[in-house]
Design a protein around this ligand. Structure first.
Ligand code: NDP
Ligand code: 2IT
Length: 446
């Protein structure tokens, strides 16, 4: 890393010593920026680096709620409003026991550059809680969401900060959160949250958008090599919102998806994942991938405690969580013939895994580029809310297609400009960063 970037990175370590995921995200971005600051010394004069690593505002709050046994529970809530140079803070809420300030800061930091790449006029933010929705009743989830929003509502708004879903936050949670926001504000601010139900302000194709967008991005990558998804064998990890629709779109394009996973293990499904059955097990019954394997039969095998990465395939789409592809996993991918990795999750590959892809000549798309379709479609939902319209599925999907194609091309152009042709990591980081940095320069010292 360039010594001037390194000096700022050291400040992050000194100030936020325990936030290891945040360090990892900053390191990955800064590692790409040497040619950018060489071309734009004004960013150093104006301390853009020091400013961009510091959230504009961090909100941490108590979330007390009562469980079904009448016992009081207390969780911690977060909203990190990271950067508003390009628009209102925008980013999801994650409910998972592993959530802490470092996790939310890494996600918020990634979101700044991802949102810049979408070109939809959205700033970066993220939030969540260490609440675990797994095993909770609907009534418990509702009481938790109401308590969470009873604090969050004073910090958000359609032109201020617009949360959405992420791990553990889907349509059910967004519904409960929206209901409580509306009650407290006495206003139908549809655009305050995205990922809403289709009858009350939601956008068609938002559910599909992240997974579909990841596959569209990978398709554009394949096209640069005159290749396509048709006939390819694909590994997908995760079994939530992103994984399900990545698998669906890959199969629509003629690929065979042979894996899914969750935190208890993975399923090898040699004849191709049955996406309708997966939706039934996960979206309707809130079951596990082991339940899917049992119901699927047809040679499908549940592999307790194992990730999917040792299964032979052509393409890998990690769609579960951060650091789910480590060095040994990446080496297995290389050994088994994977030629392309596109991330549906945020930061699923460790730095050592990324080095392994690069060393082996694997085409690699970082999440901030390839999974931007979800937040981009959230911005389309905000546009529909402002206009009090609902566009058709095909209209939204066509716009998503165009946005993903533009992000892909923007990454390659920036990679050329900054001396790393074909490198999607440098391209995504440089293009996203320059856009935010220029807006910050124009807006003065704020
Ligand atoms: P969901 O909650 O719908 O699904 C999460 C999936 O990942 C589940 O299968 C879950 O398994 C698995 N998972 C979560 N934590 C772990 C873990 N520690 N180890 C192994 N598996 C784990 O979330 P999404 O599908 O929405 O999110 C998946 C990823 O995509 C996240 O990285 C998220 O930040 C990212 N993302 C999401 C977007 C969206 O629009 N939803 C947009 C862009 C990125 P289990 O049930 O066992 O926990
Ligand atoms: O990581 C992400 O981009 C998301 N979870 C989606 C955020 C959003 O505002 O739609």
């Amino acid at each position: 890393m360039d010594s001037r970037l390194e000096a700022v990175y050291e400040k992050v370590i000194a100030r936020d010593g325990s936030q290891k995921e945040f360090h990892q995200a900053v390191h990955e971005v800064f590692d790409s920026l040497a040619p950018v600051i060489a071309k734009h010394p004004e960013y150093l004069d104006q301390a853009i680096l020091e400013r961009i690593i510091e959230p504009e505002r961090q909100i941490i709050f108590r979330v007390p709620w009562m469980d079904d046994n009448g016992k009081v529970q207390v969780n911690r809530g977060y909203r990190i409003e990271f950067n508003s140079a390009l628009g209102p803070y925008k980013g999801g809420l994650r409910f998972h026991p592993s959530v802490n300030v470092g996790v939310i800061k890494f996600l918020g930091f990634e979101q700044i550059f991802k949102n810049a790449l979408t070109a939809q006029g959205i700033g970066g933010g993220k939030g969540g809680s260490d609440f675990d929705p797994k095993g909770k009743s609907d009534a418990e989830v509702m009481r938790f969401c109401q308590s969470f929003m009873s604090e969050l509502f004073r910090h958000i708004g359609p032109n201020t900060d617009v949360p959405a879903g992420d791990i553990g936050v889907g349509g059910r949670e967004i519904g409960y959160l929206f209901g409580q926001y509306k009650r407290l504000r006495n206003a139908y601010d549809a655009g305050v949250l995205t990922g809403k139900g289709l009858d009350w302000g939601g956008s068609l194709a938002r559910t599909e958008a992240t997974g579909y967008g990841t596959v569209i991005f990978a398709q554009r990558m394949l096209e640069t090599k005159n290749d396509s998804f048709d006939g390819k064998t694909v590994l997908v990890s995760g079994s939530g919102n992103v994984a399900i629709y990545a698998a669906e779109r890959a199969e629509q394009l003629g690929a065979k998806v042979v894996s899914i996973s969750d935190s208890s293990g993975s399923v090898y499904d040699p004849n191709g994942v049955d996406v309708e059955l997966l939706k039934q097990v996960k979206e309707v019954e809130r079951g596990r991938v082991s339940d899917y394997a049992e119901r699927r039969g047809n040679g499908a095998e549940f592999r307790a405690g194992q990730r999917p990465w040792d299964i032979p395939a052509d393409i890998a789409l990690p769609c579960a969580t951060q650091n789910e592809v480590e060095k040994a996993d990446a080496e297995a991918l290389v050994k088994n013939g994977v030629k392309l990795v596109a991330e549906g999750a945020n930061m699923p590959s460790t730095p050592e895994a990324i080095e392994t892809y690069e060393g082996a000549g694997i085409a690699y798309a970082p999440g901030k580029a390839s999974n931007a379709g979800g937040v981009a479609t959230s911005a389309l939902e905000m546009q529909q809310n402002s206009a009090r319209q609902q566009w058709t599925f095909d209209d939204v999907k066509d716009r998503l297609d165009n946005i993903m194609t533009n992000i892909h091309d923007t990454c390659l152009e920036a990679a050329d400009t900054y001396g790393a042709p074909g490198d999607y990591v440098v391209g995504a980081n440089a293009a996203g960063f320059v856009k935010v940095a220029d807006a910050m320069m124009a807006q003065g010292l704020v």
